[in-house]
Design a protein around this ligand. Structure first.
Ligand SMILES: [Zn+2]
Length: 289
């Protein structure tokens, strides 16, 4: 008689739980030479109701001996689509797609037990990080040092990355399979960097208001923003400021008034002021000249 419940991994509860068996199918070895029995089950977690797949394999080659010396077959469970002990990649909209693709595929390779591909992929992730930061020439070794010199990564992360790089090198050249533990350490280094760059920084900018040092800094930012737009482009002051930051309205009003003064007396000519109805509650519009 088929089992009504089975103990297997639940990706939602993140540990082994009792599962109700919803459906079952078997593959049994066709001859007497080698015994195996594969049982595929559609299962539902008794804790959280999540439905997944469990494969149980019992085979001749996988035995243990009890105290009396009798052989017992040990069933091995594999869950689908999320395997037990799988790691979750960091996800952030802020992460550039080039980095994201290399990183996510590497984590996927790691979760599928393809450690060689994972380590080569993590090396590619670091390469992508360099490219995103304008570093596309020279060896990876020098590029990693430049990431540190530019203040993009810390000195400690730089050292750790050098370790990761060598691992990637060895993987590609010697085709020696790195072990899971080793790849997990590399992942931790990369997660730390990506977290700092694309997760924490984003949260910080969302919460903390940006303060301009003085009018000069405000104008320099505006000029940089104007360069990113074609002549004739129209918009409010926000169009010319880095959009990921939060600004204090009183500061913005003060410096914008000063900018309008400079436009009026002809000392700032990169923008012109668009006509605006009196008492309009909307912000002033500008045109790139
Ligand atoms: Zn569950």
């Amino acid at each position: 008689m088929e089992q009504k419940t089975v103990n297997c991994y639940c990706p939602v509860c993140k540990h082994r739980t009792h599962h109700e068996v919803l459906g079952v199918g078997n593959n049994v070895s066709p001859d007497e030479e080698y015994f195996y029995n594969e049982t595929y089950r559609v299962v539902k977690c008794c804790g959280c109701d999540h439905v997944s797949f469990d494969l149980e394999v019992v085979e001749e080659g996988n035995v243990e001996y009890d105290q009396e010396g009798y052989e017992t077959l040990v069933p091995v469970h594999t869950s689908y689509p999320v395997k037990e002990n799988s790691v979750e990649p960091i996800s952030s909209w802020e992460m550039p797609s080039l980095i994201q693709r290399a990183y996510k595929e590497s984590v996927e390779a790691l979760n599928n037990g393809s450690f060689l591909l994972a380590s080569i992929g993590f090396r590619a992730t670091v390469e992508a990080l360099c490219i995103e930061n304008g570093l596309d020439k020279g060896t990876l070794n020098t590029k990693i040092n430049k990431l540190r010199d530019k203040g993009i990564i810390t000195a400690a992360d730089c050292e750790r990355l050098h370790e990761a790089r060598f691992m990637g090198n060895e993987s590609a050249h010697q085709i020696e399979k790195p072990d899971r533990q080793h790849v997990l350490i590399v992942l931790e280094v990369i997660n730390n960097i990506l977290n700092n760059l694309y997760v924490i920084d984003k949260k910080f900018k969302d919460v903390i208001e940006y303060r301009f040092k003085d009018y000069a800094e405000f104008q320099a930012l505006i000029e940089k923003g104007i360069d990113e737009h074609p002549k004739g482009a129209e918009g409010t002051i926000y169009m010319f400021l880095p959009e990921e930051r939060k600004y204090r309205k009183t500061d913005l009003d003060k410096y914008e008034a000063e900018l309008q003064q400079h436009i009026a007396d002809g000392t700032f000519t990169k923008l012109s002021v668009l006509p605006k109805p009196k008492d309009s509650k909307y912000r002033q519009g500008y045109r790139v000249e």
